[in-house]
Design a protein. Structure first.
Length: 243
């Protein structure tokens, strides 16, 4: 019998570190599939950080590094400049990229550093228990906003798209098969731009922390479509080269 689907080559055969239903596993798996299809796993430098995104380094075959909270863009800047042939991918959360590391994120984007940033935006601090982050929507109840969040969320994709040097900026999701396919297309384009043009790219991926946000994994699609996409619309905000 012909095998038409199997284990993703660049994902290690070991138990997942992520909670059941967490979006991180699907995001990382989708990235690994694209990297395998492009046959560039040997060139990848995968950067994680403090928070659940850092666990991705433990389940992938790529050369990887982790950094203090929010500082991945700074470490990636040095790594890419010392090894321009590498293909650098940062996997960050919203608490990492949009809160604690907002300055690092924006300055790296403004410089147009030649790496690709993925921000899994689940709208809270997931690892530490579900506190509000810089991307928590107004009205959302978290451990630190018991009466509902009153501060408008930072829309990082829109902010980065306003800068001159970023070449590709998009917001995707993984809550449906069609959304996963769209995310993979965007990720492939971002990697292509990095390799062809030494270009910076930022992709925000709407995610769900089923533990911190108390979302039933069976209702992730409903949660994303009802509560998240209206605040963080999907789409491509900047595509400099239009390949």
């Amino acid at each position: 019998m012909e095998q038409i689907y199997g284990r993703t080559k660049s994902i290690l055969a070991k138990p997942t570190p992520f909670c059941a239903g967490c979006s991180h596993g699907l995001i990382v798996k989708s990235c690994a599939e694209v990297i395998d299809e492009m046959d560039i796993a040997g060139r990848i430098s995968w950067g994680g950080s403090a928070g659940c995104t850092g666990f991705s380094s433990f389940i992938t075959e790529f050369d990887s590094f982790n950094s203090p909270h929010g500082r991945s863009p700074t470490e990636a800047t040095g790594l890419k400049r010392c090894n321009p042939h590498s293909v650098v991918v940062l996997y960050q959360g919203d608490g990492d990229a949009a809160s604690i590391g907002l300055g690092d994120t924006l300055h790296a984007a403004n410089r147009g550093e030649a790496f690709t940033v993925l921000c899994a935006n689940n709208c809270i601090y997931g690892m530490t228990g579900g506190q509000a982050s810089a991307t928590t929507p107004v009205g959302a109840v978290t451990k630190t906003t018991l009466s509902g969040c009153e501060v408008p969320p930072i829309k990082l994709a829109e902010m980065i798209a306003m800068l001159e040097r970023p070449a590709f900026v998009a917001r995707c999701s993984v809550h449906t098969p069609a959304a996963v396919a769209d995310f993979k297309r965007c990720f492939k384009k971002a990697l292509d731009y990095q390799m062809k043009y030494n270009a910076y790219a930022y992709i925000e991926v709407l995610a769900t922390c089923v533990t911190g946000s108390k979302v039933n994994p069976r209702k992730i699609r409903e949660h994303i479509e009802r509560n998240v996409i209206p605040v963080f619309p999907l789409g491509i905000f900047k595509d400099t080269y239009g390949d």
